[in-house]
Design a protein around this ligand. Structure first.
Ligand SMILES: [Zn+2]
Length: 246
């Protein structure tokens, strides 16, 4: 069920039996000449839609945070970069408000790599006040599985482009897509690095993307995500049990 759709009486009723809330976190940034700036918002949104059909009775789907932190893509036009301090404080405050409203399980469904360090801080701070969190970074957490369907993934690459095409073919223009990759030393960091790493704002073989591959990815990853959600619930149940015992 969606938080946006609940009135206060329904919300209070639902709260009695649901203690898990999911917050999608995206980014508005360039995804090459071919994919839309909202790619990192569209993909979590689609996963949420699919998850809602399966576990929607047990999870409240919150509206997304669409703007995140992107140091790497900030040198490119079409990226709206929020500082990691402002972003992590904001997401922490949202999590704290969910907790104050009675939810102690929070799923952070992240669509963008540059958000990861900020979200790590957020989850530590939330854990300290008693919130159990599950952070999903889909392209990283299930990378080995993704490679069985899209062999050249990346930011705006074959995986992300396929996933948006599966939502709507208008979300990527393959006539503008190419194949870009670069060998680099991940230990280095320097000014405007993103202009080198993401020459045209993307990485990977975007030109090989198809809606069919995207659909296959949604099906595969949704099942893997459900296993992780189950682990969150197992953790939460074991904590309740130990509370009851003491
Ligand atoms: Zn992306």
């Amino acid at each position: 069920m969606y938080l946006m759709d609940l009135n206060a009486s329904k919300f209070n009723e639902v709260k009695q039996k649901v203690n898990t809330i999911l917050l999608p976190i995206g980014m508005m940034e360039t995804h090459g000449p071919h994919a839309t700036l909202g790619t990192d918002v569209w993909i979590p949104r689609e996963f949420v839609k699919r998850l809602d059909k399966i576990i929607g009775e047990k999870v409240i789907m919150a509206p997304e945070v669409a703007y995140g932190h992107s140091w790497a893509l900030a040198p490119h036009s079409g990226t709206f970069d929020i500082s990691s301090e402002a972003f992590s404080n904001y997401v922490y405050e949202i999590g704290k408000e969910f907790y104050r409203n009675g939810f102690n399980n929070l799923i952070l469904f992240n669509g963008h790599g540059g958000n990861i360090p900020s979200l790590a801080i957020v989850t530590e701070k939330l854990a300290d006040i008693g919130v159990n969190t599950l952070t999903i970074n889909w392209w990283m957490d299930y990378r080995e599985d993704i490679l069985t369907i899209t062999s050249k993934p990346g930011h705006g690459g074959e995986d992300e482009t396929s996933l948006v095409l599966a939502i709507d073919e208008k979300l990527a223009d393959l006539s503008l897509a190419g194949d870009f990759s670069i060998e680099y030393n991940r230990k280095l960091k320097y000014k405007d690095m993103g202009k080198v790493l993401y020459k045209d704002g993307y990485m990977g073989d975007a030109a090989s993307a198809t809606a069919e591959k995207g659909e296959a990815l949604y099906e595969l990853l949704t099942n893997l995500i459900l296993e992780d959600v189950k682990d969150l619930w197992d953790l939460s149940a074991s904590k309740l049990l130990s509370k009851g015992e003491s």
